[in-house]
Design a protein around this ligand. Structure first.
Ligand SMILES: Nc1nc2c(ncn2[C@@H]2O[C@H](COP(=O)(O)OP(=O)(O)OP(=O)(O)O)[C@@H](O)[C@H]2O)c(=O)[nH]1
Ligand SMILES: [Mg+2]
Length: 202
């Protein structure tokens, strides 16, 4: 009987992955909900409400006349990058009347994707300002609606007056791989920023 009633020690459990909160932001109808849904490995949480005649005065549908619903609070999804990193994705609402929620959504976020509709880049200018002012690192992802990318990334960088350390990527918010590449570029930027900070003398 010696030793038979001694339970074997539990197998060493793998270290829990790091979790990081990321915002998917940008103007009205640029494809934020689509991006979170394309890339999430869980069924995303959505808070979509139909656009109705009552909102015609406040919902600027110019250029996105086919839009039928809008995010009224947030999107939520999750994606694992390898075994040791999990990204929690929070999609912001896009309409100006819901922007007050961005401050709360940004709490604890390590980084952001600013999504731009290639046909209406001005609709995401405020999102660029938002993250610049709060010094939250971000990448710009240009969603080529209908897969069209008439402007090279460098032209878009110039038009937004973005510094060299802000990656600008061309993407398709409907394609998982494309959205994943955007998130990996953001993680690379976060690592670069962290490395730079840890080398700085103060
Ligand atoms: N053709 C095309 N349609 C897209 C693309 N991305 C999004 N859409 C469509 O455009 C519409 C708006 O996309 P959403 O993902 O709801 O945009 P959003 O930024 O979340 O919108 P709000 O939350 O209302 O600001 C939806 O009908 C999408 O199916 C794209 O890359 N190409
Ligand atoms: Mg949305």
């Amino acid at each position: 009987m010696a030793g038979s009633d001694i339970a074997a020690p539990p197998a060493a459990s793998a270290a829990a992955p790091e979790t990081v909160k990321i915002l998917i932001a940008g103007g009205f109808g640029v494809g934020k909900t689509t991006m979170v849904g394309s890339v999430s490995e869980i069924t995303p949480l959505r808070t979509e409400e139909p656009l109705t005649v009552a909102g015609l005065d406040v919902d600027d549908l110019k250029g996105i006349e086919e839009k039928r619903s809008t995010t009224v609070a947030l999107d939520f999804g999750r994606i694992s990058i390898g075994d040791d990193l999990v990204l929690y994705l929070f999609g912001t609402p896009g309409q100006q009347r819901f922007w007050f929620m961005w401050n709360d959504l940004a709490i604890g976020a390590l980084g952001a994707v600013v999504l731009i509709d290639v046909r209406r880049p001005e609709s995401s200018f405020a999102a660029v300002d938002f993250f610049e002012r709060r010094e939250i690192p971000f990448v710009v992802a240009v969603n080529g609606f209908h897969g069209l990318h008439p402007y090279p990334a460098e032209e878009i960088r110039e038009s937004l007056a973005l510094p060299e350390n802000v990656p600008v990527l061309l993407c398709d918010a409907r394609e998982r791989e494309s959205c994943r590449d955007v998130l990996i570029a953001l993680i690379d930027r976060l690592i670069d920023d962290f490395t730079l900070r840890s080398k700085s003398p103060d």
